[in-house]
Unconditional design. Sequence first.
Length: 179
Amino acid sequence: MKIVKIKQKDLERMINEQLINPIKIGKYVYDTYKKLTSPEDKKKSKEDPLPFSEKNLGQELKNQGVMYPDVVMAQSMLETGHFKSDIFLDNNNLFGMKHPRQRQTLSKGPSRGHASFDKWQDSVRDYKMWQDYNKLSNLSKDEYIAKLNRIYCIPPSCGSNNYAKKVQSLLPKASNLIS
């Protein structure tokens, strides 16, 4: 048996339409569920998410207009342990980002101390929103990496410029994935 949540306004509408009989409500809910999950509707879906791959990530970074996509690719490799971390696999979080308290976000909320996304593409879009919110577009690449170091590498747990050095060490591979 599958439990289906009904919105308050839909329940009120059902009652107003005199669908008070539990059998009628059950049938209505079942029919509505079937309509929403029918294969025809799934085929009509405009935006079937691409499966994750490094190549698809590189393309998405470019499509979203993310600044310094090679640096961001290197950062995602570092933050996800080359796309194997639980935070990435469970939360679709490519950048180790926390759920923001102030700025607009695509995060569904926190999970395991990090932002959680419906799909990995939302993590990329949210990263672009973070870049825009923090007005990072006037920074050079070196300044951008230094800024990441200040944000992601908080002393004393992280030594001086450690994060920046790790990101820079991944840049050659990341650059190949972007092009």
